[in-house]
Write a protein that binds this ligand. Structure first.
Ligand code: PLP
Ligand code: ZN
Length: 464
């Protein structure tokens, strides 16, 4: 008998063991699979229609109603109000972007700008949810492994979680060298203990799991099922931006695959509870240099298959990856991941939303990034993968030219401005040299700075 509205449940249908939300688990103790947060929907307090959520705008002095995550609390109802930790995340924007539509040769193209979050990436949606659970269970030491944005977000919330009596400590593990400067700067400025491991993100991930177990530190990576509950709300804000109409497609970049997993889950839940009548389709875009999902999904035909997915395909793939010493390598460092921790949940999302997967080159990513920049907001390379993927999927006929598409722009442009400055200011052999690790040779969308002498006539000439 369930007495709580919310509980944790193993995603493997053959196991489906349930656990109290008060337990700290990173995987099912019975079978090792990932966990979901699930709800007794009859008791979750759902409104009769999604439009009802708009009423909370009228009472936005209440921090729970101001937050773009917690004003949908009835759809992630696992915490008492007083444990919720919010810093005003989720004040983000859905915008129709004709410039991008033109670039991808599509029709109704919308960008969902998650770079507008307090720490500059969508990760804040998940971090508020993860911290809230951490507070429920009394944790005050948090850790994560990160390609950058998770650490920025973790560090930002640690300060908010610190009150006069109890200091909340944040420890972040990052791989060596590959983190964008803006992200490292945030973690350091916000006061996180920053451990730079000599290795990749995947190495850092393995270590942080060991450390958090050994030292009893609360783990805030996206294996944490509560984080994904917060990330579900990105989709609710897209629906809200479209007056609660479901778009034809959601397109997002795929790294650890937390977003795609969360997006599949919320649409499945909304349909199940009758709050929407139809489902969008999902497109997940890998970088070609970090394309584990693409290869497993498109080349090996790996599917969720109602939960009976072929684990051997995954194991063999990783065995071969290790044997060949293949390391993820892409200019989109936020998605430079060999072993996506939410792979299996993402497969489930792809099944629920009749999804597709593709990969794009770094050249395609930086070109798409320059186009997103022209909209006046801009994004980091990983985010541009969604636009680059959309262009490819429209070109090959997977997505129709007149379909309505919402692309998730995951992180802010200024997280790593090095890429943009190089793209716009270098040319020819110099450009090839600067980007040689990534096979980027051209910059057709560059906006070159103009060098001019400190001389009025010369300046006037340059402006003609
Ligand atoms: C973390 C991150 C991603 C990858 O998201 P997943 O949910 O891990 O697939 C993409 N873009 C940016 C900017 C990120 O910070
Ligand atoms: Zn299990």
């Amino acid at each position: 008998m369930k007495t709580e509205i919310a509980f944790q449940r193993c995603v493997a249908p053959a196991c489906a063991a349930t656990f109290d939300v008060g337990e700290i688990l990173n995987a099912c103790p019975k079978c090792g699979a990932l966990l979901d947060v699930d709800y007794d929907w009859d008791r979750a307090g759902l409104p009769s229609s999604l439009k009802e959520f708009e009423k909370k705008w009228a009472t936005r002095r209440n921090p729970l109603h101001f937050s773009g995550v917690w004003r949908f609390k009835e759809l992630l109802n696992y915490a008492p109000d007083e444990t919720v930790l919010t810093i005003g995340e989720g004040q983000t924007l859905l915008r129709a972007e004709p410039v991008v539509a033109n670039y991808v040769a599509g029709g109704q193209i919308y960008l969902q700008y998650e770079g507008l979050n307090p720490s500059g990436s969508f990760k804040d949606n998940g971090m508020t949810a993860g911290y809230t659970h951490a507070r429920m269970v009394g944790a005050s030491k948090m850790a994560c492994a990160s390609t950058g944005n998770t650490s920025s977000s973790l560090a930002a919330y640690a300060n908010a979680a610190t009150d006069g009596t109890k200091r909340c400590e944040a420890v972040v593990f990052v791989g060596s060298g590959r983190i964008a400067m803006g992200k490292l700067a945030q973690g350091l400025d916000f006061g996180a203990k920053t451990i730079q491991i000599q290795g990749s993100f995947d190495d850092a991930m393995r270590r942080v799991k060991e450390i958090s177990k050994a030292l009893g530190i609360y783990l805030l990576n996206s294996v944490n099922p509560f984080r994904l509950e917060g990330q579900k709300t990105i989709m609710l804000r897209i629906l809200e931006g479209l007056s609660w109409e479901v778009p034809d497609w959601i397109v997002c970049p795929g790294g650890n695959l937390g977003n795609s997993s969360a997006f599949g889950k919320i649409f499945h839940e909304l349909k199940k509870t009758g709050l929407i009548q139809r489902l969008p389709r999902l497109a997940v875009v890998n970088a070609a240099g970090a394309n584990t999902l693409h290869r497993l999904y498109n080349e090996q035909g790996l599917r969720w298959n109602g939960g009976a997915y072929d684990q051997k395909k995954i194991t063999d793939f990783y065995t071969q990856m290790d044997a060949e010493k293949r390391e993820a390598h892409t200019i989109a460092s936020a998605i430079e991941i060999n072993r996506p921790v939410n792979l299996v949940k993402s497969l489930r999302a792809l099944e629920w939303l009749n999804g597709v997967v593709c990969d794009v080159t770094d050249q395609e990513i930086v070109d798409a990034k320059a186009i997103v920049g022209r909209t006046g907001i801009g994004c980091e390379p990983a985010s541009a993968a969604s636009v680059a993927g959309l262009k490819k999927l429209i070109a090959n006929g997977t997505i129709g030219k007149s379909e309505r598409v919402a692309c998730v722009i995951t992180g802010h442009q200024l997280k790593g401005s090095e890429t943009a400055v190089t793209y716009h200011s270098k040319s020819g052999a110099e450009l090839g040299e600067a980007f040689k690790d990534y096979g980027i040779r051209s910059n057709v969308y560059a906006n070159q700075p103009i060098q001019v002498a400190n001389d009025l006539e010369e300046i006037v000439k340059a402006l003609k």
